[in-house]
Design a protein around this ligand. Structure first.
Ligand SMILES: [Zn+2]
Ligand SMILES: [Zn+2]
Length: 145
């Protein structure tokens, strides 16, 4: 699975050597150094403002609303597709052997889409650009009383 990093956006100041974080800043979901809401870009390996996704699951209000909404479903940060995704499965088919090596020789035939193997691949890909995407986040809504 492709990993998503929840990190506070860091503003780099030109006037000082200090990087700073805006008070009350929310955690954004970064994939390939870009927040999925499209607002921030930063080298996530460079800053130490990340928290574990578990923290976001338990406290969804710590997160940027848009990032959280997009991360709650499959979402492709590369082409902004939020609808069609796939994983790879294997199905039953036959491969023809023709002793006379005719046109049908070596052809994959009788593909049976109803006979899907149990070997589902773990990775999920974007149907549009084929980039691997992250598993959706599930949040625990706090129950009062
Ligand atoms: Zn965001
Ligand atoms: Zn895509």
């Amino acid at each position: 699975m492709k990993s998503r990093i929840w990190q506070l956006p860091v503003k780099q100041s030109n006037s000082t050597d200090h990087d700073w974080i805006h008070r009350g800043a929310k955690y954004h979901a970064f994939i390939d150094n870009e927040s999925i809401c499209g607002k921030y870009g930063q080298n996530t390996g460079f800053f130490e403002t990340s928290i574990d996704e578990k923290e976001i699951q338990e406290n969804p209000n710590l997160a940027c609303k848009k990032c959280l909404a997009l991360a709650s479903d499959y979402y492709c940060n590369n082409c902004r597709n939020s609808r069609y995704f796939y994983n790879e499965v294997s199905v039953m088919a036959i491969k023809m052997i023709d002793n006379k090596q005719g046109k049908q020789h070596d052809k994959i035939m009788h593909i049976d889409a109803s006979n899907v193997d149990n070997y589902y691949e773990e990775n999920i890909y974007c149907y549009k650009c084929k980039k691997q995407v992250s598993e959706p986040i599930t949040t625990f809504i706090e129950k009062r009383d």
